[in-house]
Design a protein around this ligand. Structure first.
Ligand SMILES: Nc1nc2c(c(CN[C@H]3C=C[C@H](O)[C@@H]3O)cn2[C@@H]2O[C@H](COP(=O)(O)O)[C@@H](O)[C@H]2O)c(=O)[nH]1
Length: 341
């Protein structure tokens, strides 16, 4: 079975035919100008992954890589139906929500002596054990607990059967190629196969597979097994926060009809035309922002290809969305319940 087009080729195809979502070249250029002075900051750097996020591992060890694999296997669908009723996980005095609630729950389990990052443990975890590890400190549980249980058992089993139980073995097999690691993940771990059909053509987003490669690069600090010569070939990770911030920054625009559906809290299905357009246009929009950012530095005689790529742009925009929740509250995010993002 032939592989679908890459996420970037898919994004170009979708953006060229999208009806309800449009990418503004002018808007992307203006965002690039606004980000110009942020590039030298920690928020736009590989080091920021550890410096700015206390729940991420400090080490660059096999155990840290196992932590990243476990977390990115569960890195989906944290949004709450109502903002005043959401899953929160208290850890070391802080109450975390969304993606960070997952990280807090994993660190809490490790502190309790539960070997949650070990494939031999989560390959045979029971649903009740998963409920216990991911328990919320409010009466609202983390969404999709049953699906999380299924993907944990599935991913743990594959890791044991094909990679000796260690994701670092899979990383080593990629021989410092991000694209090869991406392919190994998508071919071997079904829950990472984030694909769709748009106007009768197969398209791919590979959001969790790409963020897994990026987080592996980050946790290994871009060195040794974590050095990827082609890290710039990854795209941003098409989740439900990046589109929201791109519309907020006026680099992307929704049609009135789509805006109305989003404001009403319509639940979309994974693969719906509007959902595919939102995700594809987000990837394409960020590719334009990266291109304009590099050109702005080139005009000043600076080659910034090692400091500017879609991964670092994504981390920056995702953190920005987290820090500007209030300002962005009138831009709705699209609601899908799925295991892909
Ligand atoms: N595009 C993109 N999407 C990302 C991440 C992350 C966290 N990763 C990095 C962040 C800091 C560290 O550097 C981690 O490496 C989570 N998500 C997605 O967001 C959604 C959760 O949102 P909220 O409900 O607000 O927590 C959900 O779809 C989740 O899958 C990212 O970085 N980029």
């Amino acid at each position: 079975m032939e592989a679908p087009p890459t996420p970037l080729e898919s994004a170009r195809f979708i953006a060229g035919r999208s009806r309800d979502v449009s990418v503004s070249e002018e808007g992307a250029r203006r965002v690039a100008e606004a980000l110009f002075d942020k590039v030298p900051s920690a928020a736009f750097s590989l080091a920021g992954w550890k410096q700015l996020h206390e729940l991420n591992p400090r080490a660059a060890s096999e155990e840290a890589v196992s932590w990243v694999f476990l977390v990115d296997t569960l890195n989906f669908s944290f949004w709450a139906e109502r903002d005043d009723q959401k899953c929160l996980v208290k850890y070391k005095g802080t109450a975390y929500s969304g993606y960070w609630a997952l990280c807090a729950a994993v660190n809490r389990a490790l502190d309790e002596g539960i070997p949650i990052t070990s494939a031999s443990y989560y390959a045979t975890m029971t649903l009740d054990q998963v409920r216990h590890v991911l328990r919320s400190d409010t009466e609202v549980p983390m969404p999709l607990i049953e699906e999380r249980h299924r993907v944990l058992n599935e991913s743990g089993t594959v890791l044991l059967e094909k990679f000796g139980g260690s994701f670092l073995t899979c990383v080593k097999m990629s021989e410092n190629s991000a694209q090869k690691l991406l392919r190994l993940v998508v071919e071997n771990f079904p829950s990472y196969r984030d694909e769709a059909v748009f106007e009768e053509k197969k398209v791919s987003f590979y959001k969790r597979a790409q963020i897994l490669v990026a987080d592996t690069w980050s946790v290994l600090e871009g060195k040794g097994d974590g050095f990827f010569g082609d890290i710039s070939s990854l795209t941003i990770f098409a989740d439900y926060r990046i589109p929201q911030v791109l519309v907020h920054l006026k680099a992307m625009k929704y049609s009135e009809e789509l805006m109305k559906k989003l404001r009403e809290g319509t639940i979309f299905q994974s693969g719906d035309k509007e959902e595919v357009e939102i995700r594809g246009c987000s990837i394409w929009c960020c590719a334009l922002i990266c291109k304009h950012l590099l050109e702005l530095y080139e005009k000043k005689g600076q080659d910034m290809r090692d400091q500017i790529n879609a991964v670092l742009l994504d981390y920056y925009l995702w953190d920005y969305a987290r820090d500007h929740r209030e300002e962005m509250k009138d831009i709705p995010f699209h609601r899908v319940r799925c295991i892909y993002y």
